[in-house]
Write a protein that binds this ligand. Structure first.
Ligand SMILES: Nc1ncnc2c1ncn2[C@@H]1O[C@H](COP(=O)(O)OP(=O)(O)OP(=O)(O)O)[C@@H](O)[C@H]1O
Ligand SMILES: [Mg+2]
Length: 400
């Protein structure tokens, strides 16, 4: 019962992938080459056939990864010349299978919705801190990879924060390297460099340019000066963050409702992501259940944008008064060149409508010169998109 499924005899001209052939097809093919030993195992035959130069190994697929404290995004080829963007919340919940008693894993948005009481955000502080969060992150990432059928034969570029946390970065590396993807190659690049790539248009211009990038994430504000891909200055503060905006929104909502409404940080984040808007903010209403029964409806006018206004002021203050003086001091030429170019804003907080223009206006006023500020079209996926473009270039250059 050998080789029923193939109508035609395989020849060097009609085989696109040796891995698709059965053992007997491989043998038929091998007989067409005198130097190939037809009695070898299928892996040995494939190896010998590849050595003839007539059959290329399939190129690895370029994949871009961003494992963030709030969301994880992976960009991979869609098989039709474009890419797919997969994104989900970086969290996981386990439950016991009601029939077998086995532990099951749910991850991402589904875990957050169905098990809000038990869901764990293992990268809350930005990077895996210890063995336990590293293990949880591995569990999360392998469930994510399996459900999107991401390719093993791939070149993976992943984005890393510009933090001096060697141990955390080692843990993150461990998570990526122990996963099923990236068999051909795994490399990391700074997150704000990756995210600047789509912000600057097609191709990889950001890698060849001199510019300043400000990354506005959940747990850190990072500022970097880049010179052709090299990070010449970096600066980070944990004081000006998306998470801090969420905390403030929660406390302002309590004030605005005279203590009647207490929202948790997740709800505050959702208010921010849904309603914050520097162009045309509109007040909104929501409903909470009262402890004694019944529902209380309330309207939010100021809480969200008050927290956002303070955030933008702090970003401008950090950049103008802490980061830029440092660049000017250490690398005067880079400073002069970079300020002639647009400053690139990256990170999820850039998704707030109008924030780019707002920072441009306030930064120009603070520095008393015209500053141009740009951001990527889709800030949440930009780092993974840029990482994927780097991976594609590395595959082209056969850097693996
Ligand atoms: N549409 C949106 N509107 C407003 N804020 C958003 C939006 N989408 C994401 N954010 C916010 O962006 C932040 C996440 O940004 P990002 O994904 O860059 O962070 P991260 O890389 O996980 O965090 P960090 O760099 O601090 O480790 C969160 O505070 C999130 O609420
Ligand atoms: Mg980040």
């Amino acid at each position: 019962m050998s080789d029923q499924n193939s109508g035609e005899i395989p020849t060097p001209g009609n085989v696109s992938n040796l891995d698709d052939l059965t053992y007997s097809e491989l043998r038929q093919l091998a007989t067409q080459y005198e130097e190939v030993d037809g009695s070898a195992s299928s892996e040995e035959i494939k190896e010998q056939l590849r050595a003839t130069g007539d059959f290329a190994d399939d190129d690895p697929q370029p994949v871009g990864v961003k494992l963030g404290s709030t969301r994880t995004v992976v960009v991979a080829p869609d098989g039709k010349g474009g890419t797919n963007i997969h994104r989900t919340l970086t969290c996981l919940a386990t439950y016991e299978d009601a029939l077998t008693g086995e532990e099951r894993v749910l991850y991402g948005d589904q875990a957050a919705t169905e098990y809000p009481d038990r869901v764990q955000y293992m990268l809350r502080s930005g990077l895996p801190q210890d063995q336990r969060s590293t293990e949880l992150a591995k569990q999360f990432f392998s469930a994510f990879i399996a459900s999107h059928d991401l390719p093993e034969n791939s070149a993976v570029v992943y984005a890393i924060p510009a933090l001096e946390n060697e141990q955390g970065l080692e843990h993150l590396k461990d998570v990526i390297e122990s996963s099923n993807i990236g068999n051909a190659l795994i490399r990391s690049y700074p997150e704000s460099l990756c995210a600047s790539i789509p912000a600057m248009g097609d191709g990889l211009r950001a890698i060849d340019d001199i510019f300043i990038a400000i990354n506005m994430g959940s747990t850190n504000l990072e500022a970097s000066a880049y010179r052709r891909g090299e990070q010449v200055t970096r600066y980070a503060t944990g004081a000006v963050t998306g998470n801090e905006v969420d905390r403030r929104i929660a406390s302002y909502v309590q004030e605005e409702t005279q203590g009647r409404v207490n929202i948790d940080r997740t709800t505050a984040r959702e208010y921010k992501e849904q309603y914050a808007d520097f162009v045309s903010f509109q007040s909104f209403t929501d409903v909470v259940q009262q402890p004694g029964g019944g529902a209380h409806e309330f309207t939010i006018e100021d809480s969200v944008m008050d927290a956002m206004e303070e955030y933008v002021d702090s970003v401008v203050d950090e950049v103008a008064n802490n980061f830029l003086p440092r660049v000017a001091n250490d690398h005067m030429k880079t400073y002069n060149t970079a300020l002639e170019r647009p400053i690139v804003l990256t990170g999820g907080m850039v998704a707030v409508r109008g924030i780019t223009e707002e920072i441009e206006k306030r930064l120009s006023a603070e520095l008393q010169r015209e500053i141009d500020v740009i951001g990527p079209e889709d800030p949440v996926s930009a780092a993974a998109e840029g990482a994927q473009r780097i991976a594609a270039r590395l595959v082209e250059q056969e850097a693996y």
